[in-house]
Design a protein around this ligand. Structure first.
Ligand SMILES: *[C@@H]1O[C@H](CO)[C@@H](O)[C@H](O)[C@H]1NC(C)=O
Ligand SMILES: *[C@@H]1O[C@H](CO)[C@@H](O)[C@H](O)[C@H]1NC(C)=O
Ligand SMILES: *[C@@H]1O[C@H](CO)[C@@H](O)[C@H](O)[C@H]1NC(C)=O
Ligand SMILES: *[C@@H]1O[C@H](CO)[C@@H](O)[C@H](O)[C@H]1NC(C)=O
Length: 469
């Protein structure tokens, strides 16, 4: 009896040392480019009508990222290896294989993980999940309630642009079901398939050469990942899962990927894979991804702004039709469905969330990095969006309104901070001069290829002349 009591006490004491990460009261849910919309935008979508005193909305432009999706086809092999990893963790746990029992996964978390299994339907790789579909519908509904005079059920008031692939066309379906009440006519709404506009990176050789294939692009991220503060994260995660050695970085990244996919697929469920990480670990993983997006699609490269310009030009041209030509036979709402790199590049062109100094691999602990404005979690969660609304105003009612036409910019439904504007509201003339569409084109994308073409043309001419002589 006494012996049993001692054993029970011992068991309780051992429990007390364990850390249960899945049952934290206030878990860290900012997972970079795979964050659920509500985790970075609490209280949103909200469906209150958007009022600007003395003004009527006349045109609506939206750039919207798709909702949460299944893993891409090229990710499944790596994620599937988590099945073996799970089995190893189970063995570690059952063997009491811990360097330090204070740092092991707790029993409740372990039990969840043990029950986890891989289920992936390869025919739906990369496609929207049902949560992604529903969240897209809710957002469409919120926009409709906010601008009821503009987003009417008349399909001919709209122009949709998306790309030919399941994720994008299902996002279009979610939007139109929500806007047009689920009637099939919604699918007849004017639409264009415009991959060149929505995914210019695919066609931009200059970006490929100068950014994507340039090993300087990931330099800061690599520096950060070679630092003690990142390696310590890997060690602590390994320790927690009962490994006597440090896991490979890619294995830890697969765990992270599964954790954040799980939390985006069902925001109410606990993901056993998230039990591998503390808040501090998650912040480091988030920072590493911010370093990547900053230099690939943000202020860290001059190319970002040039590409972002092309989609902003689209917005300015659209509003010009309304503000200057007053053409009646045209859409009032332009809705474009895209991916996160385009949203980041558009935000860069708009000048949103620019830090006073670049974020780098060796300033993680400084205030610059900790209080950074550049944050993938907040800029491009699933369903991220940039909206611009053109208003026609009477200039006498409101002292803030100086011009007849005003443009309101919203980033994930909140007024965007743009220099020279007032809580997201800008004079139309300021928008035109700031984002002059005549200064925006993607000619530079293939300029490199063309100049080598030009050189070889000259060479041909020279050789031709030499041969003639
Ligand atoms: C997987 O494919 C996606 C798009 O289909 C691409 O963005 C990503 O870079 C690819 N990942 C790898 C590891 O190749
Ligand atoms: C995979 O998804 C397709 C389309 O949603 C469905 O028809 C099929 O039954 C699914 N297969 C499995 C094994 O779940
Ligand atoms: C970057 O690329 C160049 C040329 O491709 C190569 O010589 C150099 O070693 C690379 N640097 C790093 C740090 O990988
Ligand atoms: C790793 O664990 C050690 C020991 O508990 C702790 O001092 C350190 O802060 C942890 N590192 C991270 C990145 O959480």
């Amino acid at each position: 009896m006494r012996c049993a009591f001692i054993l029970l006490m011992a068991a309780l004491c051992a429990r007390a040392d364990e850390i249960c990460l899945t049952s934290e009261e206030d878990p860290y849910l900012l997972f970079g480019t795979k964050t659920a919309y509500i985790f970075s935008n609490r209280g949103i979508p909200n469906a209150k009508a958007h009022e600007v005193p003395g003004c009527q909305p006349v045109a609506f432009w939206l750039l919207s990222r798709h909702g949460s999706h299944n893993p891409e086809a090229n990710e499944t092999a790596e994620l599937q290896q988590l099945v073996d990893l799970k089995n190893n963790i189970v063995t570690n746990y059952k063997n009491g294989n811990f360097r330090n029992t204070n740092h092991r996964i707790c029993t409740a978390d372990f039990n969840l993980l043990e029950r986890w299994n891989w289920k992936q339907n390869s025919s739906t790789a990369g496609d929207l999940t049902s949560d992604g579909y529903v969240t897209t519908q809710q957002l469409a509904q919120a926009w409709k309630q906010r601008f009821p005079g503009l987003l009417t059920p008349n399909t001919y008031n709209y122009l949709f642009k998306f790309v030919e692939e399941p994720r994008s066309s299902n996002s279009f379906r979610a939007f139109s079901e929500s806007l047009f009440g689920g009637q099939n006519e919604g699918f007849d709404a004017p639409k264009e398939n415009d991959e060149k506009l929505l995914r210019p990176l695919k066609y931009c050789d200059a970006w490929k050469n100068q950014v994507d294939e340039n090993n300087k692009t990931l330099e800061q991220k690599n520096i950060f990942e070679s630092k003690q503060e990142y390696k310590e994260m890997i060690s602590n995660v390994s320790l927690r899962l009962g490994f006597n050695y440090d896991l490979q970085k890619n294995t830890v990244l697969s765990i992270y990927q599964m954790c954040r996919y799980n939390k985006a697929w069902d925001v109410t469920q606990i993901s056993p894979w998230c039990a591998a990480f503390t808040r501090e670990d998650l912040k480091r993983l988030e920072y590493a991804e911010d370093l990547e997006t900053y230099y690939k699609y943000g202020y860290g490269s001059t190319v970002s702004e040039k590409i972002g310009c092309s989609i902003i030009k689209d917005m300015v041209d659209f509003f010009k039709n309304h503000a200057e030509r007053e053409l009646r036979q045209q859409p009032k709402a332009m809705i474009q469905l895209t991916d996160y790199p385009m949203i980041l590049m558009a935000l860069t062109k708009l000048g949103s969330r620019q830090d006073p100094a670049p974020i780098t691999g060796d300033n993680y602990h400084t205030n610059t990095a900790q209080a950074r404005k550049w944050s993938s979690s907040n800029m491009v969660p699933f369903n991220a969006n940039i909206a611009a609304v053109l208003y026609k105003c009477t200039t006498n009612g409101n002292f803030q309104i100086k011009e007849q036409y005003q443009v309101l910019f919203l980033e994930n439904e909140k007024p965007m901070n743009i220099e020279g504007c007032w809580v997201g509201l800008c004079d139309w003339s300021a928008v035109k001069s700031k984002f002059d569409p005549d200064k925006c084109d993607l000619q530079f994308c293939n300029a490199a290829a063309r100049s080598t073409g030009f050189v070889s043309l000259i060479l041909t001419v020279i050789l031709f002349c030499i041969n003639r002589n």
